[in-house]
Design a protein around this ligand. Sequence first.
Ligand code: SAH
Ligand code: SF4
Length: 347
Amino acid sequence: MDGILNCTIGELEKIFENNGFPKYRAKQVFVWLYRFGSRAFDGMTNISRNMQNELSKMFYIYRPIIANVRHSSDGTIKFLFQLADLNTIETVFIPETRRNTICISTQVGCTVGCKFCNTGYNGFIRNLTAEEIISQFLAVKDYLKLWDSEKERLSNIVYMGMGEPLFNYENVLKSMQNLMYDENEGISRRRITLSTSGIAPVIEQLAKDLPCRLAISLHAPNDYIRSQIMPINNIYNIESILNTCKIYSNYHKYLKITFEYLLLKDINDTDECAHELIALLKPIHAKVNLIQFNQWKGCSFAPSKRAQRFSNILQKAGLEAPIRARRGVDIMAACGQLQSHGREERI
Ligand code: SAH
Ligand code: SF4
């Protein structure tokens, strides 16, 4: 049996045609899956009984097991999902006044190994399949009963959980295609943000395939500092990343790129660094998101106390530079704290 969530609309149409079903039925099934959150074929009332039965023999509709749910005092909810092979991943629901965001994972672990990141520190196990990525969104909607809620929507998706999305490109692309699918109810590309450590050639590919909002994890104003905290910089350095960002923005002017900058005490938080960052990003009118470092056991970096000052310097120079609100810190749901095995250690 195949997982139907792994199919794009085009693939499902082909399968239907090959099995003697009308092609247009694929769209109807997609609406059931992605607009109404169907978890079985037998409730798909505009499809004949016979076809419902055939579909249940051909496909399953995937959902992970909810192994744990933790609620933060600020409303953030962290889900620990168990996959079929018993690996686990984390997904975070972040309610805000005017929108609700879900932060989803794309890999079990990560190969990139940034020095400040707990996910990277724990190594890499495997890529997630498209259905495992998509079903994080669907399972959170199931859990929070958001399928027929008039006032509450799961409106935004950030690919900022565990893993480097651009190292699992095919499946990430499929997941975005499917989640965007429904023209009226689907999530628009302006509401999907993909965060990357800067895999330059794949960013260029994304610009052609399926542009969405981009967040680049820059974290340093020069290659010397960046290579120390993000070894991937030895392969894709700042210049190569900024060049692809220019191409991306030329293709898609309306999709603003943001640069994430994690402030680490005495590493990248000096006034000098702020001025270097201005020189780097001012010419491209970039927006900077300043991130506070979330500590974890075994990591020697310390959070910076200069966030406000750093932000002021950038803003005086005309760069937008808000300090990102920390959400879900009390349940270890903040950036860089997600783990694959549910072990939770605080210092
Ligand atoms: N791999 C992608 C997306 C997942 S990480 C990327 O690196 O962009 C999401 C964000 O969390 C990145 O900006 C990352 O640099 C940041 N992050 C990692 N560890 C962190 C920590 N300990 N404290 C705060 N942010 C962290
Ligand atoms: Fe991977 Fe992103 Fe963590 Fe770096 S910050 S190790 S790219 S998940």
